[in-house]
Ligand binder design. Structure first.
Ligand code: ADP
Length: 486
């Protein structure tokens, strides 16, 4: 597949304007399907990060004072340009991340919808008046842009993880320094290029690029610099906690979207076909590399055997290959290490009594490709039931009662997404209320929309992306008490 608009394949970062690292050093971006380099980018560090923050701070003074119409019009034009260039953007994403081209197009279009939504949402009321507690007073509560933010994003959804942060941030009047994953920086750079083409003033968004070694240096500046008012981070719980500790030293606002360990429960009374379709999608989409991907599957005993037979048939039909090939269902994992993790999880599960039903090893296509795998007889002691699998491995357990499965499902430090299938409306209410998760998929796994808040309970994070909640994350609340009015 060919990229028609070659300008979208960037070779520089953006700090105010397009630029190289101060010392001109670069690093390679690799294609996980072929293990070949697809480009080089500036390998930046502390000094470039400080410069980006200073430029973002200057730009903030200008950006926050624009009318909401001015900002919203730019967001709308940006969304249009993204849609016009969706095929090229998708090729770039598949080349650096590995997911299928169909999934990449879906992610690009979905990312643009955050701009549409926040271009509108920014026009809603930004305050309220309350009855005063003295006769000579008035009370006003207003929302203001919170300033310069930094967003640190992962590789699994290179466009979405950036856009769901910068859309509300820009709409609110904030400026943002973006630190994309060192593995997938080309997609965010291409998106920001289109933002500038759409009229976004230089400096409002910067993108700092740096390799794995330089990333902590960039992170140290972002989390400690006094002109950064907020850090938004999406990634592992361990890295999130480490960054949060640093950011707390200067009491920055934080939003964290961390790991998940989503349960997927199918009750005896469920629509089995709908549950099977949902499970295939929520488990094997993006090769299982999603924080909301199903991590543990619980099937009630009355339908267990029938469900397993049908599920294995579907899994064995999944076609693995280079995401650029049109008829592929599942691309490679992000790296060879990710395949090694899968091997360790499978080994541990089989040692502890798991039963391998299909798959179980690397795919013949190459070291970062893995066979869609299913293990039955899973239990909480097995490694992949305790942590985020981030790979195409399904862990299945049989259960007897609703009470038992709720306990099992909630037995995790995480609480991001949870799915269940049931056609009993009384049960559905009970289960929805009992599951400790920020997102509940009830007879569905397709919950994604910019209109609803996305985020987790427990160690899955702090704050929400999307919905009106996502805008408030980029605002400060000011209480004005106005006296002497009689
Ligand atoms: P993964 O290793 O699966 O990418 P991480 O949570 O370690 O998960 O990383 C998520 C994102 O956080 C990545 O973009 C990575 O570059 C970034 N990151 C990791 N460590 C740091 C750090 N010390 N400072 C800033 N960013 C970091």
């Amino acid at each position: 597949m060919i990229i028609k608009n070659k300008d979208l394949l960037c070779s520089k970062a953006i700090i105010g304007d397009w630029c190289n690292a101060f010392d001109k050093s670069t690093f390679n971006i690799m294609n996980p399907a072929t293990n070949e380099s697809i480009g080089t980018l500036p390998n930046m560090g502390e000094h470039e990060t400080i410069k980006a923050i200073e430029i973002a701070n200057e730009a903030f003074q200008m950006w926050k004072n624009q009318t909401v119409d001015f900002r919203s019009n730019i967001l709308r034009s940006w969304a249009e340009l993204i849609r016009e260039n969706k095929d090229d953007l998708a090729v770039i994403m598949t080349m650096e991340q590995g997911k299928t081209i169909k999934e990449s197009i879906g992610e690009i279009v979905y990312s643009a919808s955050f701009l549409d939504w926040y271009a509108e949402e920014a026009q809603r009321p930004i305050g309220r008046m309350m009855p005063a507690h003295q006769t000579d007073q008035k009370i006003l509560i207003t929302h203001e842009p919170l300033g310069v933010g930094a967003t640190i994003t992962p590789w699994n959804f290179p466009a979405l993880m950036v856009m769901r942060e910068v859309a509300p941030a820009l709409a609110a009047g904030c400026t943002v320094v973006i630190k994309p994953s060192e593995l997938t920086p080309l997609t965010p750079l291409a998106l920001v290029k289109l933002a500038i083409d759409a009229g976004l003033p230089l400096g409002v968004l910067s993108v700092i690029t740096g390799d794995k070694k330089n990333t902590p240096k960039i992170g140290d500046v972002l989390t400690s610099h006094l002109k950064i008012n907020k850090i938004s981070f999406t990634g592992s719980t361990a890295t999130g906690i480490m960054l949060a500790k640093k950011a707390m030293e200067s009491v920055k606002k934080m939003s964290l979207e961390l790991g998940g360990n989503a349960p997927f429960i199918v009750f005896d009374d469920a629509d089995i076909d709908a549950a099977l379709t949902g499970l295939i999608s929520s488990k094997y989409r993006n090769s299982g590399q999603a924080c909301v991907a199903t991590n543990r599957v619980f099937i009630q005993k009355g339908i267990y055997n029938d469900f397993i037979v049908k599920f294995i048939k579907k899994v064995e039909l999944l076609k693995v290959g280079n995401g650029l090939d049109a008829d592929v269902d599942m691309g490679p994992l992000i790296s060879i290490e990710a395949s090694e993790n899968m091997e360790n999880y499978i080994k541990d599960s089989l040692l502890k009594g798991g039963e391998l039903l299909t798959g179980g090893k690397r795919h013949k296509l190459g070291k970062s490709f893995f066979e869609p795998t299913v293990i039955a007889n899973a239990s909480d002691e097995m490694m992949p039931c305790q942590c985020e699998i981030f790979g195409p491995l399904t862990m299945i357990q049989k259960f007897d009662s609703e009470e038992e499965v709720i306990k099992l499902a909630n037995n995790s430090i995480h609480g991001l997404a949870a799915y269940f299938y049931s056609n009993d409306r009384k049960r559905s209410w009970r289960v929805s209320e009992a599951l400790k998760a920020g997102i509940i998929g009830e007879n569905t796994v397709s919950f994604s929309t910019p209109r609803a808040p996305f985020g987790g309970y427990k160690q899955s994070g702090i704050g929400r992306n999307g919905g009106s909640e996502g805008l408030v994350e980029w605002q400060e609340v000011k209480y004005r008490c106005i006296g002497d009015l009689n």
